[in-house]
Design a protein around this ligand. Structure first.
Ligand code: WTA
Length: 631
């Protein structure tokens, strides 16, 4: 099998060091060499232009391309009959579906033509609200083919959250399904879209993929079935020519303030970086079977189910179900069934499965695994060791990959089997990535054994370019905390060996089962309840989810805890439901009226022995009451 990726796969520690040093000394030459391996309609006039203060970041200026020509057409001569996507359905008794590169190419072209026939043009925004079926990937790639900007919304979000996202990006089309099979449940999907669209006037067409065959309402003139839309369409499509800096997609993510923001990624840089990071972190080799268990609604699904693997000509598994259906051995059963070589999941799934004991693991061989990976939140040492020993059998390198929606791709991680593994440490930056640890004033903390805030001091190709429709917010959130640096929002430590350990968020973001949740966002949802006066939300340590959500609420009525949880579910989605709701008489505030979250965090974590200085509080007496009533 011809291995076109070989020149870019680092194969020894010394090569990593050489490449890393080169990438810092001459970043433009470093990335140019990798970019040269893609098909461009026209090459760049300049590699990089950047200014972190505006921010204004451009890679491969003047270059023209279509990313789908690089992840489909480019592979057809040599790899056309290889598996591109292997789909494992929710029900293990249903047949998996194998889609080769040739077939995927045809499906994408055909659906691209259907979208054009239904009025979508280059630059239009298209919302994808779909279950984990191959058509979700086809939908993303068809958008990219015609130059439409996709915005995938996780199908667990509520109609309110969906409507906000549709309106924020002024989407013209929604791609969805009738329903969604998840574990033992069949979930309504189209009904959520119908509800959302009552609040959106921008959407002209809705294309509905039939998955569950449940009866749904079809609005005449607006809604059409996927199978009808593609019926008379050609399976050939001339890809739209895109500028390297044209938008590829928008993905909404939570921040510490206000409503979710639309992180913007562009075509050229995202392509180069997801390919390169995929190849090196997972050490993917032709013929391997790769499986990332994420949902396409999150950045992990974008970069490491769809774009990165397909750019590398890999075989990528899409899984529709959940880790515990029909039992807690499902992941391991699928690993054996499809002879998975690289397996990539989230610490929350590992902890949940660990809680089921070893019985479900022992039934399976897991001998095809070569590399295991983790993403989304800090992996605690106990889960790390269980994963490494019980799943990786002590022989598979475990890559703990740190990155963010905003970074587009993996930033800090071991390269499997190449750079050293250290429990609970993301470890070393990828070539081209220059992370630094700074103190509160932005001074770089050099050397080992230092702890502070994690920043990046030089751009990489897949850094976010803006937040959709609100550039100022992008500047404020990521580029204003420290001069001339990208601020991640995470704390980090460089240990005595020089390895980086991510310590978690230092802002008001809670990481629940690897899903980012802004405390302000949850508070806004709680405040929608008619009897709620004020609320404050904090995170607390949770055995399975990593962090749980604890809400302190001032309310005009008692006994409404469950109603409050339901309100959040309705406003955002079940993933944002607070684990604890405590009705309180007051919230600890400073004299300027700011809620002292530090105190609430300690109470929620049952760590009340030392609450620190409460003398600056306007109302110190409420603290005792809150402690007494805490759960
Ligand atoms: C956290 C997910 C520790 C971190 C790809 C980051 C991690 C946020 C890790 C981004 C890791 C992600 N170790 N923490 N390996 N990976 N995080 O945007 O706090 O959904 O800022 O991207 O998840 O979450 P996002």
């Amino acid at each position: 099998m011809k291995d076109f990726t070989k020149p870019h796969r680092i194969s020894s520690l010394s090569e990593y060091t050489t490449k890393y040093d080169h990438s810092v000394a001459d970043p433009e030459a470093f990335w140019e060499e990798i970019a040269n391996s893609f098909n461009w309609r026209k090459k760049w006039d300049k590699i990089l232009e950047w200014d972190f203060n505006s921010p204004d970041i451009k890679w491969f200026l003047g270059a023209k391309l279509n990313i789908t020509e690089n992840l489909l057409d480019r592979h057809l001569p040599d790899r056309g009959d290889q598996v591109a996507i292997l789909w494992e359905p929710n029900d293990p008794k249903e047949r998996p579906e194998t889609i080769t590169y040739k077939e995927l190419h045809r499906k994408v072209c055909q659906f691209a033509n259907a979208m054009i026939a239904n009025g979508v043009e280059k630059g239009d925004r298209v919302i994808i609200y779909m279950p984990m079926v191959p058509e979700a990937a086809v939908a993303m790639l068809a958008c990219a083919r015609i130059g439409a900007v996709h915005s995938v919304v996780f199908a667990g979000f509520s109609s309110n959250a969906l409507a906000d996202r549709i309106n924020d990006c002024d989407a013209k089309m929604v791609l969805t399904s009738d329903g969604n099979f998840r574990g033992a449940k069949t979930i309504d999907v189209k009904g959520v879209v119908d509800d959302a669209l009552q609040k959106c006037s921008c959407v002209e067409k809705v294309i509905v993929f039939q998955r569950t065959k449940t009866e749904v309402h079809m609005e005449i003139g607006r809604d059409l079935w996927w199978h009808d839309a593609i019926k008379d369409m050609s399976d050939q499509n001339e890809a739209e020519e895109m500028d390297a800096e044209d938008l590829l997609f928008i993905l909404y993510t939570s921040g510490s303030t206000g409503k979710p923001k639309g992180v913007v990624h562009t075509c050229g840089g995202y392509m180069v970086y997801t390919y390169y990071s995929f190849l090196n972190v997972f050490q993917y080799k032709p013929g391997d079977m790769y499986w990332c268990t994420a949902d396409v609604g999150w950045i992990t699904g974008h970069s490491y189910i769809v774009y990165g693997p397909l750019l590398a000509g890999a075989a990528t598994i899409m899984f529709e179900g959940v880790p515990t259906y029909p039992d807690a051995g499902r992941f391991w059963e699928v690993c054996d069934k499809h002879q998975v070589n690289q397996f990539y999941t989230a610490p929350t799934a590992i902890r949940a499965l660990q809680a089921h004991g070893l019985e479900p693991v022992r039934k399976h061989k897991l001998d095809s695994l070569k590399v295991i990976g983790s993403v989304g939140e800090p992996i605690n040492e106990e889960a790390w060791h269980w994963y490494h020993e019980q799943i990786g059998k002590g022989r598979c390198p475990l890559v703990d990959t740190w990155w963010q929606t905003e970074t587009g791709g993996i930033m800090i991680s071991a390269l499997a089997g190449i750079t050293p593994n250290k429990p609970a440490h993301a470890s070393l930056p990828l070539p081209g990535i220059q992370p630094i640890i700074v103190d509160a004033d932005g001074n770089e903390l050099e050397g080992n054994n230092v702890e502070g805030n994690l920043c990046v001091k030089f751009p990489w190709p897949s850094i976010l370019r803006t937040t959709y429709g609100d550039h100022e917010r992008c500047k404020q959130t990521y580029f204003s905390a420290y001069n001339n640096m990208y601020f991640t929002g995470d704390g980090a430590k460089r240990d005595h060996d020089g390895y980086l350990r991510i310590l978690g968020r230092v802002d008001d973001v809670i990481n629940v089962s690897g899903h980012r949740m802004g405390t302000a966002e949850v508070e806004n949802a709680i405040n929608e309840h008619a009897k709620v006066v004020e609320s404050a939300v904090v995170g607390f340590p949770h055995d399975i989810k990593g962090q749980g959500i604890y809400a302190f609420v001032i309310a005009e009525a008692d006994g409404i805890e469950e109603e409050i949880r339901e309100t959040v579910s309705k406003m955002i989605g079940p993933i944002a439901k607070p684990d604890q709701v405590q009705i309180v008489s007051g919230l600890p505030k400073t004299r300027s009226g700011k809620i002292m979250r530090r105190i609430l965090r300690k109470i929620a974590s049952k760590d009340t022995s030392n609450l620190g200085d409460t003398s600056t509080l306007l109302n110190p007496e409420v603290v005792e009451d809150i402690i007494k009533g805490s759960k």
